[in-house]
Design a protein around this ligand. Sequence first.
Ligand code: NAD
Length: 417
Amino acid sequence: MANSSISKFHEKSKEERIKKVASFSGLSKEDIRILKNEGGIYFNDANNMVENAIGTVSFPLGIATNFRINDKDYLIPMVIEEPSVIAAASKAAKIAKKQGGFTMKVDNSYNIGQIQVVDVKVKSAMSSVMSAQKEILQLANSKSKTLSKMGKGAKQVTCKKINSNSGPMLIIELLIDVGDAMGANVTNTMCEGVAPLIEKLTGGRVILRILSNYSTKRLVRGTAIFDKKDIGGQETVDNIILAYQFAANDPYRAVTHNKGIMNGIIAVANATGQDTRAIEAAAHAYASRTGRYGSLTEWKKDKNGNLIGKIELPMSVGTVGGIVNIHPMIKICVKILGTKSAKELACIIGAVGLAQNFGAIRALASEGIQKGHMRLHAKNIAASAGVTSDKINKITRQMIKEGNVSVHRAKEILKEL
Ligand code: NAD
C-alpha cells in the first residue's frame, strides 16, 4: 500500500515534492507538466464560467501528508491562503495514524429537493400527493437517464405544512440519490419537472422548485484516536476536552472552533472544485440543530486516557459535475486523492475537518497558536513589507529569532541589509 507519510516533505523542493506526489498517485507526464507550470485556467475558461470576467486569481495548492482514512493512505491537496493549516493537518494526521487513522462513514448521496405550493387546502393536497407518489417519482426519474441507469435518482416523496405570515403552505420534498455528483442541477431539474403534476394534484400554485442545501440526509461522520503520549500527556488531553466544552457551551467560541474545522474542509473542497458555499451553509445550520449553535466535533477520553475525536456534518460533494471535470488543476487534485466516488471524497473531507480541529485546539490548549502561526506567517509579513524573494528567508529567520514578527521590523532589517 502507498504510504502517505513522506519524510521531511516540507523541506523538499517543488520538483521533489511533485515527484513524490506523482509517484504516490500515478500522475501522468501531462499532469506533472500542468502542475509544474502552475496550470490554472485561462481567461476564456473563466469567461465561460462567470459573467463579466476580467481575469483570474490563483491561490496556493499544498499537500497534507500522513493521512490514513478507512485503512487507505491519502495525500491531501489543499487550496488555502492561510499559513499553518496544511502543516497542522499533516501533524494531526501523523498522530492519528499511530492509532490506525480516521474511521469515517457516510450516508448515500441523498439530496432534498423542495417544491413550495401555495393557495392550497393543505390536508387534502397532502393526501393527493402521497397517493400519487409512484407517478411523481417516475416523472422525476424520467429527467435523468444517467441516474436511472445507475439505479439511483428520486426515491421518496414527503410532504410538510408550513404556517407563515402569508398563510399556510405545502412543501413537497423529493429525496434523490444523486450518485457521485453534488447534484444541484439534477435536483432542480427534477423539482421543476414534477411541478406541473404537483399543481394538477393539489389544485395549488407552485412557486419555488429548488434543492435544499441543508443536506441532512448526506451526513459524514467519523472518529480518530490521539494517543496521550503523542500530544503532551494527560494534562493536555484534559485541557483539550475543556477547550471543547467551552465551544460546546458558548456560541462565541463555537463559531471560531468550527471556523478551524472549516479551514481543513474548505481547503480540500477548493482543491477538488466543490461548491464551498453549500458546504459552509449546511455545516453552520447543522451546528445549530439543537436550537443553539454548537460544535461540529466532540472530544472525550477513552478508558486509557487517550483523546477521542468525533465529527459529524452534512457533506454535499461530487467527483463529477460542476467544474470538477473542467478545471485542469482540480482534475489533478482529484487524481492525487485517487477517488472517483463522492462518498469517499466526503469521508476524506470529514477526516481533514477533524484533523484540523485537533490541530487548532491542541495548540490553543497548550502553547497557544501564535508561536507556530507567526513563524509560518512571517514570510507573508516580510512580503507585505516589500521584501523580495531573494531576501525573504534571511529576514524571516531573523524576525523569528528575535521573536518580533512585524511589518515594521521587516522594514528595519531590510534597511540594515
Ligand atoms: P452537473 O450539472 O454538471 O451534473 C452532473 C452530471 O454528471 C449529470 O449530468 C449526471 O448525469 C452526470 N453523471 C455522470 N456520472 C455520474 C455519476 N456517477 N453520478 C452522478 N451523476 C453522474 O453538476 P451538479 O452536481 O448537478 O451541479 C453542481 C453545480 O451546480 C455546482 O457548480 C453548484 O455550484 C451549482 N449549483 C448549486 C446550487 C445550490 O447549491 N443551491 C444551485 C444551482 C447550481
